[in-house]
Design a protein around this ligand. Structure first.
Ligand code: SER
Length: 583
């Protein structure tokens, strides 16, 4: 079965069980610069897991484009991926454990045709925070899984939370038995020898965890996640995801182009290329910070490994074409963005190629110096210099060091990096101090205007509009928002008129403090959800706008003057940008 068939079967199955199919959120989270990438299907749904009403109802299903970067350096082995697709279904206070487990079992055995005897499951063993999951156990027994294939584990294995704080709960995980022999008599699904492969995770999210511990959510949710590439690999009887149709044409193309045979490098190129394409497709661009830096790391590591394979780099665009072709059924949007994707990747490759060779030479020198002095760890200053002068991400230097039997002290590197950052920050603060003090007032006005513009865009264009970014100077405001099409002149006029009406109405701007959950339940716009603590500041502008925001704002909208849109343009795929002024 191909990946696209598995995805379609999944969505249709849950649709037939009363779920609304919702679109994948972008891999770059909307309105939330505090997390780098979307890492799970539940992430864009957090407000709804906390109790806000979802417009599509209480049963949802989707495929979600995900990027997880913790394991970047593991890519190259036979299983790690930085990009993957997660199929998921959700109950938002609707069904709970029994129905969820019954549906999962039916889908696996009937729709995908997995023989029941190949399935093992794990449930939560219970502790002080939450009792043993007897309900999940009984549901599995009822579905037909015998006692000896139901295991119980503690929080390490059978509890799911994204990070340190948030909605969470016990989970039940399903495992596929590959038929390999047990690595020891104790071998069980929690062992990662490769006999048991996790295929699906159903989280029974009825708790919220914060600094003070666990509390019950207002509703009992189900959040499930099934990795598409892994399932496809298992159903096709393949040993690695690189053998399925999403990767194999790229792997074959590389074999055709390479002069040196190295399967690890081939996997790194194929995998990092795919992740980079998906990130660029959703508006990501290489830079030296945050998401942009991850993208840069992926592209630079890919370039180094293309080089190791001795692939003619002028033929990289052919490799990109093959990868887009392999993915176009799953993500037709790649076809529309083909040129942008190619330009960004090739530009970054060219930029890096300028310094790669000299950097490698410099690395050799440093490595030899280290070895000759009988040391194992590279000097941190040299690692920093490789980054500053040759654009070598330290993680890449670390990889080169490993290949040479040497090491990098990453924590020392981070320390040095911070010191340098602090120095340049102090420098730039000094530079801007005078200017900023005198522009505070006008910036405050623009800040309030941003909320009005956000609200007006929603009225004119629809509820899909969300803030994607904003930048304010003393001269103008810039506002990025999710919207798929160029705005017409009429739409622009309407938005401008509406904002000016809000200003003419001289509406009071109220600052309120409330619990985060309360604010979300009131439907507040939340651009930086995870950045705030339990109690959040919300700015309310009459009935016009309600947004989580740190401020500052003017006291009433009448102070803003006249609002004028100067420009409306594309910012990235699915994101528009407005530049506007107050006169
Ligand atoms: N949130 C859970 C996971 O990521 C289930 O979807 O595994």
């Amino acid at each position: 079965m191909k990946a696209i068939e598995i995805r379609n079967k999944y969505l249709n199955f849950f649709k037939n069980h009363g779920h609304a199919i919702i679109p994948s959120a972008p891999v770059i989270p909307e309105n939330d610069p505090s997390v780098l990438f979307t890492t799970a299907g539940m992430q864009p749904l957090v407000p709804y897991l906390l109790g806000q009403k979802h417009p599509s109802g209480t049963r949802l299903t989707d495929y979600q484009k995900c990027v997880r970067t913790v394991d970047i350096d593991e890519v190259g082995d036979n299983r790690h991926l930085t990009y993957f697709e997660m199929l998921g279904n959700w109950s938002l206070g609707d069904y709970f454990k029994e129905e969820s487990i019954a549906m999962s079992y039916e889908f696996l055995t009937k729709e995908l045709g997995i023989p029941a005897e190949k399935l093992s499951v794990t449930c939560f063993a219970g502790d002080d925070d939450c009792s043993k999951d007897e309900v999940a156990y009984s549901a599995w027994r009822k579905a037909g899984i015998p006692d000896e294939r139901i295991y119980f584990f503690g929080k390490d294995d059978n509890w799911w939370i994204a990070g340190e704080e948030g909605p969470c709960g016990p989970d039940t995980e399903m495992f596929y038995d590959t038929g390999k022999p047990k690595c020891s008599p104790e071998c069980n699904p929690s062992c990662d020898c490769g006999k048991y492969v996790e295929i699906w995770n159903n989280v029974f999210m009825e708790f919220y965890k914060d600094k003070n511990g666990y509390s019950k959510l207002s509703q009992q949710n189900v959040d499930t996640g099934l990795g598409l590439e892994r399932m496809t690999m298992l159903l096709q009887g393949k040993e690695t995801p690189f053998e399925i149709e999403l990767f194999s044409p790229v792997m074959e193309k590389l074999v055709e182009l390479e002069k040196v045979d190295n399967i690890e490098s081939r996997r790194i190129v194929a995998e990092h290329l795919r992740s980079s394409m998906m990130i660029i497709n959703d508006g990501g661009r290489p830079s030296n910070v945050d998401r942009g830096y991850i993208l840069r790391r992926l592209l630079r590591r890919m370039t180094r490994h293309l080089n190791k394979l001795e692939v003619d780099l002028n033929r990289l665009d052919e490799v990109i074409d093959v990868s887009i072709d392999a993915l176009k059924e799953l993500y037709p949007e790649l076809l529309q963005n083909r040129d942008i994707i190619k330009n960004v990747i090739i530009e970054e490759k060219d930029k890096f190629m300028k310094t790669l060779q000299n950097g490698e030479r410099e690395f050799e020198k440093v490595a030899n110096r280290t070895k000759n002095s009988g040391k194992k760890v590279l000097e941190t200053e040299a690692v920093f210099n490789l980054y500053e002068t040759y654009g070598f991400p330290p993680e890449m230097t670390e990889e080169l060091a490993k290949e040479a039997g040497l090491e990098v002290d990453m924590s020392d590197y981070q320390k040095l990096f911070k010191e340098h950052q602090e120095k340049s920050r102090l420098g730039s603060e000094q530079k801007f101090k005078g200017g900023l003090a005198s522009t505070g007032e006008i910036e405050t006005k623009y800040h309030t205007a941003t909320h009005l513009l956000n609200a007006a865009l929603k009225v004119v264009l629809g509820d899909h509009v969300h803030q994607k970014g904003s930048n304010i100077t003393a001269e103008r405001m810039r506002f990025d928002f999710s919207h798929g099409a160029k705005m017409t002149d009429e739409e622009k006029q309407k938005v401008e008129d509406l904002v000016n009406k809000y200003i003419a109405d001289d509406i009071k701007v109220e600052k309120m403090e409330m619990k985060k959950e309360e604010a979300l339940a009131m439907g507040a716009e939340a651009m930086f959800l995870d950045k705030y603590g339990d109690v959040v500041t919300v700015y309310k502008i009459g009935d016009v706008s309600l947004e989580l925001c740190g401020g500052p704002h003017v006291e009433s909208t009448g102070k803003l003057g006249h609002f004028k849109i100067k420009k409306e343009e594309a910012s990235s795929s699915g994101v528009r940008r407005i530049k506007a002024i107050l006169e």
